[in-house]
Design a protein around this ligand. Structure first.
Ligand code: PAF
Length: 314
């Protein structure tokens, strides 16, 4: 309650007004009827109407199983654009045979409720046949950048991502598109593709959202056992260890990586390190010396989930 005299200080009042404003907006969002489209034609029709009203469009591409990380992207899009489209499509072409396509969590009803609550105007849930014509022969791939980090153990993955994202950009034609920094390599590749193909969209990369123990939010966290879940916080811990080492002084990258491996072996024994790399944040080339600025990235496989995380050390 705002009863004490200092509660009427202008700073308190401004905070309260901002909080009421955001809360009010969230309450209102739930009442705005969000539309759901399953076809490209429906999306084009909805977006054309928005454009005709002179409004800007933000796109949040997702594979569903939405969590606070995705919702932070929707919030950013809602703050920066008049109309937000969220695509929910578990894109088969970015999964290699034997990867977790069939295990990928699917929570459509909760996702739609969340999108509605956060103020999306349109959810696009295409079937695979809507996105990929059986006669399709075109894929989009970016050279070199996929040959490191996740691309090494997931050949073809980024061609699948680029193809579906390019198609979503063509279908929705957004002013801005929102991606999470957790998928750092993906964001670098998508920026490159967008520039190379002169696609008129601004790529906005939003910070990783973390659980209280530091674990980066990911739809795949749902596939961790309770034991693996408690160990998985060590991924972030190992990145913090690297940050401590690098901030103090430049080090051979190999020594930092070895220290991270030791840390993970002790704190997350159920996980198997896929890679730990220290790279240039633009070219993604391996750095021989770990020094600020540096991008430290890793992937760790648990029994049913491969988790990735990274830290940009400035
Ligand atoms: O980051 C993801 O969830 C996916 O790779 C994306 C960008 C939605 C493409 O399927």
């Amino acid at each position: 309650m705002l009863l004490r005299a200092e509660a009427w200080h202008p700073e308190y009042l401004l905070c309260w007004v901002a909080w009421r404003h955001r809360r009010g907006r969230h309450e209102d969002f739930g009442k705005i009827p969000m539309k759901i489209a399953e076809t490209i034609e429906q999306v084009r029709r909805e977006v054309a109407a928005v454009r005709a009203a002179g409004q800007s469009v933000g796109l949040v591409p997702t594979m569903g199983a939405l969590h606070e990380g995705h919702y932070s992207l929707i919030d950013a899009a809602r703050d920066q654009c008049d109309f937000v489209v969220v695509s929910i499509f578990v894109n088969p072409t970015q999964f290699a045979p034997g990867e977790d396509l069939s295990r990928y969590p699917r929570t459509v009803e909760a996702d739609l409720a969340g999108c509605r609550e956060r103020g999306a105007g349109l959810a696009f849930l295409p079937a695979a046949a809507e996105m990929y014509h059986p006669a399709a022969k075109t894929t989009v791939s970016v050279a070199n950048l996929p040959e490191t980090l996740c691309g090494r153990s997931r050949p073809g993955h980024f061609a699948g991502v680029c193809t579906v994202v390019a198609k979503l950009f063509n279908i929705v034609q957004p002013d801005k598109a929102y991606f999470g920094a957790k998928d750092y390599q993906q964001s670098v590749i998508i920026r490159r593709m967008t520039a190379d193909l002169n696609i008129p969209v601004e790529i906005v990369v939003c910070p990783t959202v973390r659980e209280a123990d530091g674990l980066a939010m990911s739809s795949r966290n749902a596939n961790l056992s309770p034991q693996e879940r408690s160990e998985a916080a060590a991924l972030h811990g190992s990145l913090q260890l690297a940050a401590d080492m690098i901030c103090n002084s430049a080090q051979p990258a190999g020594e930092v990586i070895a220290a991270m491996r030791d840390y993970l072996a002790e704190k997350a024994p159920s996980g198997q390190v896929d890679y730990i790399q220290i790279v240039d944040s633009d070219t993604l080339a391996d750095a021989a010396t770990a020094q600020v600025p540096a991008l430290v990235a890793l992937a760790v496989k648990f029994s049913q989930a491969r988790l990735i995380d990274n830290m940009s050390i400035m």
